[in-house]
Ligand binder design. Sequence first.
Ligand code: GTP
Ligand code: MG
Ligand code: ZN
Length: 377
Amino acid sequence: MSKKNKNQKKIRAEFKKNYDTRRRKNDLTRDFDANQSNLEDLNTAERVSGKGRWTRKRTVTGDISGSEDTGFNVALEIDESQALAGRVIRVHGLSSIVETSIGTFECTTRGLLKSLATDLQNVVVAGDHVTIQQVSPGQGVVVRVEQRRNFIDRTSRGRQQIIASNIDLALIVSSAAEPTLKPNLIDRFLIAIDKAQLQPVIVINKIDLVDVAELQPLVGVWAQLGYPVVLVSTVTGQGVDRLRHLLAGKDSVVAGQSGVGKSSLLNSLEPGLTRRVATVSEENSKGRHTTTTAELVRLSFGGHLIDTPGIRQFQLWDVVPEEVEGYFRDLRPFVHQCRYPNCTHTHEEDCAVKDAVADGWIDVRRYDGYCQIRSGD
Ligand SMILES: Nc1nc2c(ncn2[C@@H]2O[C@H](COP(=O)(O)OP(=O)(O)OP(=O)(O)O)[C@@H](O)[C@H]2O)c(=O)[nH]1
Ligand SMILES: [Mg+2]
Ligand SMILES: [Zn+2]
């Protein structure tokens, strides 16, 4: 029957507070500002009955292992004979869809897991490896979330919100037009991806709408820095094979503004798929957030791809201004040659970085992007 974990101990689990804004001072604010998807419903829908709201503590028995940064991993009393390993495909409010070797289950999450997640809005996310217990055909309960290898996150109402987990590659999807290409946004994503130690791929979609030769100078700068860049069009099919090749056998996530064609790309990569896509409205070229929930899709050529809702603006999470130069591969060789050791490379005299820009060693646009990100804009 139930197996007791020898590390089991009493834990004071705090009920999630409604939310309070906790931003690290000096942080470049990290509102990832996606549309407010139903990933947030877990928090607001939590019921607390009886003796008051949000502030009670209760004693639960269990063992929390795992680091604070990677979410949590909880070993509780589990009837292993009834347990099934699975992967979370999608989360809808309080229930999640979990794929297992014997089929797909719609699951609730064990109450105890929720009360242990004191600082996270969402206990279970797309990409998570979990253990479930079946309760009826097609229905189960998530009883354990395995340690996350990595994840991408954002701040939502002062709390960390994990969007997707257990990923190898992150595709930064942008479009050559409609909406217009935003190189600085790509540079911001590159930092976030570097920080999460994921491998980035820059994808520029909708190349059917432009003269590709005009993109070359821009693309060349990233390529020289060692970032893979793939130019694609889901309309002509150009570049799709190359992307398929990069994705094969890996678990990847797509990130990018709404309307750039993330879901269209999934449909092109996997012809059987029919992800909902929508036309970018003319008056609002930012798109309309057609995809509202992160969803993991199995790829027939091996691996998985997590489609995510578009973001409007991407502010870095947890990067202080002094750290920004370290994420710019092209600035790094020069930063220690400046006159002042604490040079910000923005206004100082005898700045080796500014000299390198003037001499053409550093691309002007990349440098402007650095200044913008450093200033916290
Ligand atoms: N011309 C052109 N249009 C494209 C291409 N790829 C996608 N589109 C169009 O761009 C629009 C937006 O595509 P979606 O796939 O819904 O964009 P998305 O990034 O998933 O948007 P969200 O789900 O809102 O984040 C649709 O009208 C697509 O038909 C392309 O390669 N060329
Ligand atoms: Mg979409
Ligand atoms: Zn300098």
